[in-house]
Design a protein around this ligand. Structure first.
Ligand code: GLA
Length: 506
């Protein structure tokens, strides 16, 4: 193997035999999650410190603004953000019987949310039109029990189909979409939305909801057209923290196909959300029309889908996530703290078929190497990380892909750069992401059907000097390099490394 040949070390490429590359977290505490967090002045604040290590853990926080309180047993910070805009430098600490740790955490109070890409779970690709209050609660429970929340997964998001379906004869789904005052009603599978978000918040997690600017959602449930203000206010009263706003049936009302026509519904909702006494992350879903990456942020969006649905993407020679990634990767100039390109959800583990939504979730057909590539691409592209597979059948391999703290650190890096395309040929794709500490994360993706020797030079990366190489999936030092990095990479797989600045000791 080229890597071994060059440095006398084992190759860092992902394996395709189902082997688990991510080491299990140790018994001592390790604080994970974003190093920086945005909140608006005086708004309700909730943050569960993601931390691995054996429970019981004990948390403390130095420098926390007085309007916030930390639950020392559970590591949940609650309260209201300070009224005064500015940067609040906090030191989070965690300890248990096996050790102690601390980590800097900057709370930036101002106008910007989602200073790092949002992370969580979305129900769409598992539950489709079967989503219920109980399934959402179960997902929140599993986000904690599986340890996902300890790595930074935080949002538990309801997609389409929570509202009434006009004209439906199904007793649970049909009925009046709105009450006498015009307020949106959930269908009978959601008896009490406020109780549901209270339940999610009780675990320190956040809750997301979905609607459309059109009269109907994509699954033909009631949308928000003509009720934007009342719906947004209701979502805030219910306690939601995230809104996905899906174009769907709005096309007929748009009046045309100019940028203004495409922006209008998002600018309207974005403006309403800004006036609410609640921080709501705004996710634009309109499949990339009119180059949304160029104006999504000015419409108030924190992230925007850049393509059609990943679950409907056709597999060509490569799995569909690759073609979505190639397109999303083109827009790296438009991503940054508070505004991210969204290439859609992570569909691994057991996951439903978007073309046959009534079939139960099945094990992904992706190879292990492809799954490592998927997660590496999303992290290098600073994409929102939303798993949308079945939370009830998470296996060890899937969790190892979703929960590698060093991979997630690349996604959540405070500099907020989206990785740039270094090379794209029929056989090779190389992405490089500059990180806040001066290191560079590089993914060498082998698009061919054979194992392949791949390399990237410092000239291509625009860096100089000796760099220590970190094998990110294996979380292992992998020697040093001075001019190039090379690896043998599995078919459709990746070698993901972090090239550390020579001065930094890890
Ligand atoms: C569209 C969106 C999907 C999902 C469905 C729900 O297709 O792009 O992500 O929300 O609608 O109907």
């Amino acid at each position: 193997m080229a890597f071994a040949a060059l440095f006398g070390l084992p190759a860092p490429a992902a394996s395709s035999d189902g082997s688990i590359l991510t080491p299990k977290p140790g018994p001592g505490p390790r604080i994970n999650g974003p190093p920086v967090y945005g909140a608006r002045p005086g708004r309700p604040f909730l943050y569960r410190v993601p931390c691995t290590g054996r429970r019981p853990l004990r948390f403390s926080a130095h420098g926390l603004p007085p309007s916030l309180r930390l639950d020392a047993e559970r590591g949940i910070i609650r309260g209201r953000a300070p009224e005064k805009p500015g940067e609040y430098r906090v030191v989070l600490r965690a300890s248990n019987a096996h050790g102690r740790t601390e980590r800097r955490f900057r709370i930036v109070v101002g106008g910007t949310l989602a200073l790092t890409p949002p992370m969580g779970w979305n129900d769409w690709y598992t539950h489709y039109d079967r989503i219920t209050d109980g399934r959402v609660r179960e997902a929140a429970d599993t986000m904690i029990a599986s340890g996902m929340a300890d790595f930074g997964y935080q949002y538990v998001n309801i997609d389409d189909c929570w509202m009434v379906k006009p004209g439906s004869e199904d007793l649970l789904l049909g009925g009046e979409a709105r009450d006498a005052s015009g307020a949106i009603r959930p269908n009978r599978r959601f008896p009490d939305m406020k109780a549901l978000t209270d339940y999610i918040h009780g675990q320190g997690l956040k809750a997301g909801i979905y609607t459309s600017p059109g009269p109907l959602t994509c699954a033909k449930f009631a949308g928000s057209h003509g009720h934007e203000e009342i719906d947004a206010r209701r979502f805030a009263e219910w306690g939601f923290d995230f809104l996905k706003y899906d174009w769907c049936s709005y096309g007929k009302l748009a009046g045309g196909t100019t940028v203004e026509d495409r922006m209008r519904p998002y600018t309207l909702m974005g403006g309403i959300l800004k006036r609410l006494d609640r921080d709501i992350v705004f996710n634009l879903c309109q499949y990339g029309m009119s180059e949304v990456w160029k104006w999504g942020a000015s419409a108030g969006g924190h992230c925007w889908r850049t393509t059609g649905d990943l679950g409907l993407a056709k597999d060509t020679r490569l799995p569909g996530f690759y073609s979505i990634a190639f397109r999303n990767a083109e827009h790296s100039d438009y991503a940054g703290p508070g505004h991210w390109n969204d290439p859609d959800y992570i569909l691994i583990g057991r996951v439903g078929n978007a073309r046959k939504i009534h079939e139960p979730p099945r094990a992904t057909a992706l190879t292990a190497a492809e799954q490592y590539s998927y997660m590496s691409l999303w992290s290098l592209m600073a994409a929102p990380l939303f798993f949308s597979g079945d939370m009830n059948s998470l296996d060890e391999f899937t969790l190892n892909v979703l929960c590698n703290a060093e991979v997630i650190e690349i996604d959540q890096d405070a500099l907020g750069r989206q990785g740039r395309i270094v090379r794209r040929t029929e056989e090779e794709f190389v992405l490089a992401k500059a990180l806040e500490d001066g290191s560079v994360a590089v993914g060498l993706f082998n698009l061919s059907e054979e194992p392949r020797q791949m390399a990237v030079s410092w000239t291509e990366l625009g860096i100089e000097g000796s760099r220590r190489v970190r094998d990110v999936w294996r979380q292992k030092a992998a020697g040093a390099a001075t001019a190039r990095h090379a690896a043998t990479v599995e078919p459709h797989g990746v070698a993901l490394v972090r090239l550390l600045g020579s001065a930094k000791v890890n």
